[in-house]
Ligand binder design. Structure first.
Ligand code: IMP
Ligand code: MG
Length: 177
């Protein structure tokens, strides 16, 4: 392992590439004739969103928000918007793009926060889904991978801001958490 703190590879670079392409194709089909606005949740979404959008064939646009709810590996339960959208989303078809759906606290908050602005629709796309950890009734409309309850890093996901650059999803050595 080139990164000594990674215990194992959970999902390989090749499997991610294949699945993201499938998801992009599905979204392109579902949004035929529409023009979705992808809203990426920074920073974790950045690699997934870049790859996903390159697999979308309908006209679309993108924007970003920054939401913070996590310090280290455990949720503080508090969600804070530190960067909001700078466009009107009234009547638009929104696809929120997240790196991982864990407790669901972040996405539940974000969904109701954006709903007030009267978009035509809001759907959620996530790279990873950890259903075992869910504390809210939120579901991903598009999820690349359902994963077990382990702390994962890579492909945009971090542990204290590190390991985002790994090309695969890896499990962090639990001794480090
Ligand atoms: P939620 O509000 O509990 O669903 O948390 C979602 C956010 O927590 C994600 O956007 C990630 O930033 C972070 N997170 C949750 N689980 C992991 C993980 O296994 N690795 C890295 N970040 C995680
Ligand atoms: Mg995140």
């Amino acid at each position: 392992m080139e990164f000594e703190k990674i215990a194992s590879v959970l999902i390989s670079k090749e499997d991610i590439e294949k699945r993201v392409a499938e998801l992009g194709a599905q979204i392109s089909k579902d949004y035929e004739g529409k023009e979705p606005l992808f809203v990426g949740v920074l920073k974790g979404c950045f690699i997934f969103m870049a790859d996903l959008m390159r697999n979308v064939t309908v006209d679309c646009s993108m924007d970003f928000m920054t939401v913070s709810s996590y310090e280290g590996t455990s949720s503080t339960g508090a969600v804070k918007i530190t960067k909001d959208l700078n466009q009107d989303i009234c009547g638009k078809d929104i696809i929120i793009v997240e790196d991982i759906l864990d407790s669901g606290v972040t996405l539940k908050f974000l969904e109701s926060y954006l709903m007030v602005r009267k978009p035509n629709s809001i759907r959620i796309a996530t790279l990873a889904d950890k259903p075992a950890r869910r504390k809210t009734d939120i579901k991903a409309d598009y999820a690349c991978f359902e994963i077990p309850d382990a702390f994962v890093v890579g492909y945009g996901l971090d542990y204290n801001q590190k390991y985002r650059n790994l090309p695969y999803l890896g499990i962090l050595n639990p001794e480090l958490i």
